[in-house]
Design a protein around this ligand. Structure first.
Ligand SMILES: [Cu+2]
Length: 179
């Protein structure tokens, strides 16, 4: 990875993390816009392939000009053997990576999951801001809140799962001030 790209990725990941003192649950709340009642009643979207269930995938909306975006979801393995998320695709993204956020010297950093992400039998793994996430890089254009964006996830055993991300808010307390 180029030295130029690394700071960009750090910004994107920081943007996915609540600022200090901010209630992380507040980020999950919808922006104060009018929503249809039917929208509220819609059940959480799930996608199944073999023993794998992917629930409620969402992407964080991108600030203007951003070339990277983080995505989150919950993955459950209902089978009796471990499976592994190894990659995927994301509409408008030139590249797709699996990442993990970790605290290093009090700074949130991320690293690619070179071995993918194991989903143990019976386990539910949450990809969420501040932890595991998928990342789209080399975006041709940004994502706007409310959009539905197609993508795929590739599992070692369950194979390829077509999913649709809902684009959520950019979120407050972006880490841009760190730069
Ligand atoms: Cu990342």
């Amino acid at each position: 990875m180029s030295r130029l790209l690394a700071p960009l990725l750090a910004v994107a990941c920081a943007a996915a993390t609540p600022a200090a003192g901010q209630n992380p649950h507040a980020l999950k709340a919808p922006a104060p816009v009018l929503r249809l009642a039917a929208d509220e009643a819609r059940p959480e979207k799930t996608y199944k392939a073999g023993d794998i269930v992917v629930a409620a995938p969402w992407l964080r909306a991108t600030p203007r000009g951003a070339r990277v975006a983080g995505g989150y979801m919950t993955i459950t393995n209902n089978g009796g053997v471990a499976d592994r998320l190894t990659g995927g695709t994301l509409a408008q993204a030139g590249r797709f990576e699996l990442h993990e956020m970790t605290m290093v010297d009090n700074v949130m950093r991320m690293r690619p999951l070179a071995q993918g992400l194991e989903i143990k039998p019976g386990a539910t793994v949450k990809l969420a801001p501040g932890g595991y996430h998928i990342m789209g890089l080399d975006l041709a254009s940004g994502y706007t809140q409310g959009q539905t964006i197609k993508g795929t996830l590739v599992f070692e055993k369950a194979g390829t799962v077509a999913i649709e991300y809902t684009v959520g808010p950019i979120g407050g307390g972006s880490g841009h001030s760190r730069h």
